[in-house]
Design a protein around this ligand. Structure first.
Ligand code: NAD
Length: 487
């Protein structure tokens, strides 16, 4: 199986190659086969992407919001029309099963382009009456924005960053993760097919050094990163030097609290969604599942039954529910955490083994894994694993659950399962997290703000809130009488 296109970058409306850059091999995680060879951006490629974005941004910002919006919405339509092809590419890039990618990736990217395409027509300032004199404000674009992506949702991340940035009149240079370089190129190509002026959305490939070169470039006005906390810390520190805008979508170790009055099937289903979807490689996953003691045994029993029934295998087979992890490195990391969990004294309820599947012996498969008897101080309960490893902890009362749930450096997400709605709202209000759910988990519609508190990040993606992060306000005082000067 070969992936196309084989050109590494998309700059100024065209695919561009420069084989002088360090090689990036795109590996299909289900087999370990190399499906494309790309090259990291050289300094010349970076400079040409910046120059093209600067020129493109001026053309783009001069267009009306309605014109910009129409192009974004047209791109959304093209993405929907090519959903299968784009979903197969997403599966090739990430190893996520087609059953998921057909409904969660290209379509989520299209949702973002559609939503922000509509918002583009309504990005306005305000009029402030001063009784004669007045002030009006203009909501202006920032200029050239850099987007840097993680590898778990390559199409969605490219669109979640591009759609609001472009709707507001910015240009964006997007650097995909070196682990999943393919999908963003298709997003760029489709945006141009939809009529985007050249230079407004450029894609350059590279490792961390290319991300750093882009994030520190003098012509860049904003950096939006989706990645780990250590990378976020570095990017934010360099942005501080030039007082550059940032949005940081970072990691998590989110709590999911299940009270003993919850619907057990829903709570188990929510916990599985929040730990096993995309082989557990989701930043907002509820990886610390706190279950109230009276429900614990029944919860674990149903969880084990349903987890053992998950169909693992060839991600291109639509009946398969779980594919491999994204890379060998990630497999080794996750398998390492399973060993750490056992050594720390957690009880392995199910899973834990890496798998060699017939015909896919080179793939990075691991069983969905549940640990019980996990305590707050264990590493598997404190550190982000980013794989299908669920830690189940038990608790007695509400106050204790809230305190333990908040006892983490992260604050991306949180969930509560209970039939007692006053309690649900009371508990959610006290949880330190940016994206929360009551009686479900991990749904992230574009209409809702998404992002974290504490070390999980700053800023918000999606919703009207994202407009704030891709514009700046100019206020203009207008005098209507003579100047009252004491001099
Ligand atoms: P990572 O931090 O290793 O890499 C993220 C991106 O940053 C990559 O494109 C990488 O090349 C680039 N990068 C690395 N060093 C850089 C530097 N010094 N300057 C600029 N760019 C640099 O993360 P990952 O392993 O790709 O992704 C997994 C992490 O992402 C997890 O922690 C996960 O929780 C997080 N994540 C967060 C969200 C969210 O929305 N909050 C979504 C998905 C993933």
């Amino acid at each position: 199986m070969k992936a196309q296109p084989t050109a590494s970058h998309f700059i100024d409306g065209e695919f561009v190659e420069d084989v002088a850059g360090r090689a990036i091999d795109s590996v299909y995680p289900a087999t370990g086969a190399i499906v494309a060879r790309l090259h990291a951006a050289t300094p010349q490629i970076i400079e040409s992407a910046i120059a093209s974005a600067e020129a493109g941004q001026k053309v783009w910002a001069a267009m009306t919001g309605a014109e910009r919006g129409r192009i974004l919405r047209r791109a959304a339509d093209i993405i929907r029309a090519r959903n299968r092809e784009l979903s197969e590419l997403e599966t090739l890039d990430t190893g996520k099963p087609l059953q998921e990618t057909l409904v969660a990736d290209a379509s989520s990217g299209a949702d973002a382009l559609e939503f922000f395409g509509a918002q583009a027509t309504a990005i306005n300032g305000e009029y402030i009456d001063l009784g004669g004199d007045f002030v009006y404000t203009r909501r202006e674009p920032l200029g050239v924005c850099v987007g840097i992506g993680a590898w778990n949702y390559p199409t969605q991340i490219a669109c979640w960053k591009a759609a609001p940035a472009l709707a507001c009149g910015n240009a964006m240079i997007f650097k995909p993760s070196e682990v999943t370089p393919l999908c963003a190129l298709q997003v760029a190509s489709i945006l141009h097919e939809a009529g985007l002026p050249k230079g407004v959305f450029n894609v350059v490939q590279g490792y961390g050094d290319v991300g750093a070169a882009l994030a520190t470039h003098a012509m860049v006005d904003k950096v939006s990163l989706t990645g780990s906390v250590p990378t976020g810390r570095k990017v934010m520190a360099t942005a501080a030097a030039d007082i550059r805008h940032v949005t940081m979508e970072l990691g998590g170790k989110s709590p999911l609290i299940v009270f003993d009055d919850a619907s057990i099937e829903d709570a188990v289903g929510g916990a599985m969604l929040g730990n096993f979807y995309s082989s557990g490689q989701v930043c907002s996953n509820g990886t610390r599942v706190f279950v109230q003691k009276p429900l614990l045994d029944r919860f674990l029993e149903r969880l084990a039954e349903r987890t053992r029934a998950i169909r693992i295998g060839d991600p291109m087979d639509e009946l398969v529910q779980m594919g491999p992890l994204v890379s060998k490195t990630q497999l080794e990391k996750v398998a390492g955490y399973v060993e750490i969990g056992k050594a720390e004294g957690a009880r392995l309820v199910t899973g834990g083994d890496t798998l060699s599947l017939q015909g896919m012996e080179g793939g990075y498969f691991i069983e969905p894994t549940v640990f019980a008897d996990v305590t707050d101080d264990m590493r598997i309960a404190r550190e982000e694993i980013f794989g299908p490893v669920m830690s189940v902890l038990s608790f007695d009362d509400e106050e204790e659950a809230i305190a333990r749930a908040n006892n983490t450096e992260f604050g991306l997400s949180a969930g509560v399962f209970t039939r007692d709605l006053p309690r649900a709202h009371r508990v959610i209000a006290q949880l330190q997290a940016g994206s929360c759910w009551i009686n479900t988990y991990n749904l992230a519609p574009v209409e809702a703000p998404f992002g974290g508190v504490k070390r999980s990040g700053v800023g918000r993606e999606n919703s009207r809130a994202a407009i704030e992060h891709y514009t700046q306000i100019k206020s203009v005082y207008v005098a209507t009488g003579p100047v009252d000067s004491p001099y």
